[in-house]
Design a protein around this ligand. Sequence first.
Ligand code: C2O
Ligand code: CU
Length: 488
Amino acid sequence: MKMDRRSVLKLGALVGAAAVLPVERLAGAYAGHDAEHEAATLAVPRFAVPLTVPRVLRPSSRDLFTDYYDITMREARQVIVPGTKTPIWGYDGIFPGPTIRAWTGRKVVIRQRNALPEDVAVHLHGGNVPSSSDGIPGQEIKPGQTRVYTYPNHQPAATLWYHDHVHHQESLHTYLGLTGLYIISDVAEQKLHLPRGRYDVPLVIQDRFFNPDGSFRPPDPDAGEFFGDTMLVNGKPLPYFEVEQRAYRFRILNGSSLDATLSLHLDSGASMAVIGTDGGLLPAPVPASEIPVFPSERVEVVIDFAKYPLGTQIVLQGSILGIPVEVMRFDVTRRAHGHDHDRLPSTLVPVSRLREADAKVRRDFVLNLDRATGTMRINGKEFDPDRVDISPRLGDTEIWTVRNGEQADLPIPHVFHTHLVRFQILDRDGAPPAPREAGWKDSVAIMPGQQVRLIMKFGDFTGRYLYHCHLLGHADAGMMAQMEVVRH
Ligand code: C2O
Ligand code: CU
C-alpha cells in the first residue's frame, strides 16, 4: 500500500506537532477537533454491519509441549466500510489479525515473516517473555525476513495482544492494522464456568478516519485531530451484535494507536460486571456502569442480557476527552439457547497482593511533553535505544511512583506500560485503586497532575525490556525508556 509520505510523517510526528502549534491551539485541539475537516472523511453508517470475531489461528504443528504457528505480515484490501475496500497491513493479511489461543504452561512459538515494505517488530503485550522475543529495538525484521518468537506462557489466564513495535513507526503500523489478540486460558479459569465458546467474545475497539475511497487516514494533528471519528470493533465500523437472552463474556481491548482514551457505558445505564484486568481475572466481579479503557488496557466484563425483552437494542457508548462517541449496538434477538449453565460466580481467582514491606527498591518517573522541543520524555529524557535507564534485579520487588507532569493548560493524559512485568496499583494520588483496577495490570492511565504508585516483582527473565507511554504517538515521540533486568 502507498501511504503518502506526508501522512506518514505527520502521524510519526504527531506529538512533534506540539513544537509547531501554539499551546492554546493544542489545548483547544484536545477539547475537540475541527469541524471543517470532517468533510474530507467518509461518513460511515451506524449499526449497519454485523460484528464478527477474528478467527482463531490453527497451529502449523504441535508437539508435547509446544504449539507452532506461522504468520505472514502483509498488505491486503479488506471491506470495512460497505462499498469500499481499505488497504491494510495485517498479520496474515487480516485486520485485526488472527487470534492466538494459548494455555498456561504450554509454549507457543510463532514464526513471523515480514512481507511488508518496511521493518517491523512483534511485541506480545502483557507477555512474560524472554528479552529475545520482546520485539525491542535491535530485533527488527527486515522486509523479506523472518523471526521466531518464543512465548512460554508462564502466567495465568489473561487477554493479551500482539502488535507492531518498530520505534518511530509503532503508532502508524498499528493504525494500518498490525494488531491481534492472544488469549491465555488456564484450569482455574475453566473451573469458573464463565460464558465460553460463542458467548466469550473479544471486542477490539479502535478509532479510525476514512478517506472517501475507504482508505485509512491518520488523524491530522494540525487540524486538531487526535483520534478518528469512527470506532471500529473487531475491524467493523459501529457494528451491531445479535445476542441471546443470557450472559456473555466480553474481552474489551482498546487497541487504538493514539489518544482514544475511552470511557465506556451502556445507553441503558445498566451496570456491567467487571471480571478481569490486563493481567487476568479479578478476585470477584465488580459492578460498574462507567468503565474507562485507555489505549492498550484490557477490561473483561460479563453483561447479562437475560433481563431484556426480545427486540431490545442497547448501545455501547463512550466518551473520549469528554467527546461522546458510539461504539456498537447489542440487539437482543434470541432466547437463550438450551440451558444456561453459565452463572457468574461470586468469587473468581485469588489475587495475592504484593506487599509494600517487601519492596527493596523505589523509583520515580515523570512523564511530560517538553514544550521547547516538542519531544515526549520520561524523567527529562527522550528514548535512546543505546541507553539503559534502569537495572532492576531479578527477584526484587520494586515500587514505582509515576507522575503525569503535564500542566492544566495542556492536559495530556498518559498511559504507562511496562513490558515483562505485571504490576498492582498501590494507590492513585494516595487513594487505593478502584476495585475494578485492583487486579494485575500492565498499563495504567495517569491523568495530568496525577501520580500512581505501582508495585511489581521481577521474576523469570533477565535482559532488556521497554517501558513507555502507550499512546503510541507519545512513544514515537520519545516517551519510552529501557530497563535491563540483571542477576543479583
Ligand atoms: Cu503494547 Cu511496548 O507495547
Ligand atoms: Cu503519553
